[in-house]
Ligand binder design. Sequence first.
Ligand code: CA
Length: 225
Amino acid sequence: MNSPHVLVIEDEEKITDFLRRGLVYEGYRVDVAHDGPGGLSLARDTPPDLVILDWMLPGMDGLEVCRRLRSGGPIPIIILTARDSVADRVLGLDAGADDYLVKPFSFDELLARIRALLRRAAPAAQEVLKFSDFSLDTGTHQAFRGERAIELTAKEYELLELFMRNPRQVLTRNVIFDRVWGYDFGGESNIIEVYVRYLRQKLEANGEPRLLHTVRGVGYVLREE
Ligand code: CA
């Protein structure tokens, strides 16, 4: 596979130098633009696999760049910003960003976000994940408990796949939010509880033993009793 091509749009040269060096060292191909229009024309000429986009740019702000990039196709975009209020986060995500990193950020964290977005964008290789008497086909999204087929909605599937890929590990509510719902809502919502309840109803419809357990005050774990 070709090394992924990352476009960095950021006006601060200290940051672009640091990102270019670090990303090239990690094996990425890197292009840099120092303003919005320059970034858009680079993205048009050589469509990147992922864009790292600063919010505060001269000429055209990052949100506008984000909207225009987004209208050109489903390219993963990470917004860099000094703002970190929930309202700003929502604004960035509404403009079509996939992820959001507040400055100063750690380079390792940026790398982890890049890998996660590229993985999400890549066509998934088909495999059958198994745990106990349960199996999940990542290509067809079919699930089986023993011989019994289970119908899953898209979100139920994503949640269950996360557990199947991390068996016997306690997943915190924050991690689950982040991976399945895309970003941190702050954790007041009971959406995880609701989806876990749906999954349990389906997984235990014939009175099968519980696989998805609550770890009180922390999160959930897929394990045998
Ligand atoms: Ca800036």
